[in-house]
Design a protein around this ligand. Sequence first.
Ligand SMILES: NC(=O)c1ccc[n+]([C@@H]2O[C@H](COP(=O)([O-])OP(=O)(O)OC[C@H]3O[C@@H](n4cnc5c(N)ncnc54)[C@H](O)[C@@H]3O)[C@@H](O)[C@H]2O)c1
Ligand SMILES: C[N+](C)(C)CC=O
Length: 506
Amino acid sequence: MAAPPAIPRRGLFIGGGWREPTLGRRIPVINPATEDTIGDIPAATAEDVELAVAAARSAFLLDGGSRWARASGATRAKYLNAIAAKIKEKISYLALLETVDSGKPKDEAVADMDDVAACFEYYAALAEALDGKQHAPISLPMEEFKTYVLKEPIGVVGLITPWNYPLLMATWKVAPALAAGCTAVLKPSELASLTCLELGAICEEIGLPSGVLNIITGLGPDAGAPIASHPHVDKIAFTGSTATGKTIMTAAAQMVKPVSLELGGKSPLVIFDDVADIDKAVEWAMFGCFFNGGQVCSATSRLLLHEKIAERFLDRLVEWAKNIKISDPLEEGCRLGSVISKGQYEKIKKFISTARSEGATILHGGDRPKNLGKGFFIEPTIITGVSTSMQIWREEVFGPVICVKVFKTESEAVELANDTHYGLAGGVISDDLERCERIAKVIHSGIVWINCSQPTLVQAPWGGNKRSGFGRELGEWGLENYLSVKQVTRYCKDELYGWYQRPSKL
Ligand SMILES: NC(=O)c1ccc[n+]([C@@H]2O[C@H](COP(=O)([O-])OP(=O)(O)OC[C@H]3O[C@@H](n4cnc5c(N)ncnc54)[C@H](O)[C@@H]3O)[C@@H](O)[C@H]2O)c1
Ligand SMILES: C[N+](C)(C)CC=O
């Protein structure tokens, strides 16, 4: 088993340096796999947010913006590539920190850190490409005007992120925001902030200009809310629960501040009877809801099985689920770690007991694994006998819990797939590709996977519809989130425009 890493004691990262929170408060860091307190993080309040926003604003405006906001994209790209290089250099350490902070298996944390570095590199390339996209001419049907477009950074952005992929979800915002020329205040989740604070240390090491990225840790209402309502924060990008998303949108609305919201989900995975290889489909169903302990916004937690394969499929699913290595996430080969916190553990247990009391069947799991007396571990859980009015069908669990329904026809499958207020993702597994394409068009979601579940590609747009939020991260859409489009129009004839009559010369 890998040795647990040393936990650094960090302050808030503001204006390129470290400072203790104004009120001196700190929040304990608990390793969810052992329940041990392993360190603490600063608990920022509105006073610290003031300092961070002021640092970000002055970095945005410094020297007329020539140091950052109006520097060439190529200049900013050098910093983003330098951050990526440092992440790669420290990958094992960062992955171990993420593991003990979040409870996710070490192998998953390593993959997350790879994705973090790749995301910084990707947006470095887009920052460079942005230089060539400035002054793009607009074709006009007249000659007296010439128009071109500038893409400018929105300003100071507030980035508020969740705990399930702590550094990766922060990176999905930080990398494009900095590539665009914005300056930022990042507020990661109080439940997992360690790697985000290390990002501050990396920015310091590579010499990122002071104030370009500020990192404030603390509770949502104390440190997140003042960012959302701050008059000098020009945009909020938020990933988290639908409930918090609504609060943030309400606060931002008071200043007509733009927001992008990546919220929760209850995504379907539809599996047809024509699949030749049942095990291949079973593995994707597992990946869709047990990866990261099911604490994935896009988890395909509603499994829809064609009646002809349902029994066979569920038998195999249970066999595969029994075979998952559940252990301390630092152990080699671990494939299911603990969930993030005691609160989340209890919430998931409550979802399972409510499903049981509403008449569903717990086909597999539902409890703490017998070999693990400590830590917030829950077995991979498969629930059948579900009706569409049950809580387990309607609400996001954010844990390793799949609920299953059986369908007879393609149209019934589509109706069930769309029977949700959410609209983040969905998947279909069938050997009939025409059918897959047909279903991809009619699932109401921002993402559809065919013959898989969960691949996340930095080049492709990510985001949802309905109560899963709006706006798209990743790809070129992720950069547009942080850019404002300005038209510049010039009158270019020597003559008068000629609308008003020239007064006679005296
Ligand atoms: N759509 C996506 O891409 C995506 C990705 C990851 C997670 N999520 C969603 O995130 C949720 C789980 O994450 P969570 O429990 O950290 O969510 P959460 O809403 O509890 O917290 C998210 C962030 O908001 C902050 N916050 C809380 N209250 C606040 C307030 N009043 N004002 C400002 N900030 C506040 C928290 O401190 C945290 O940093 C799930 O619903 C999941 O689906 C979505
Ligand atoms: C997209 N993903 C899976 C990395 C994070 C969503 O929770």
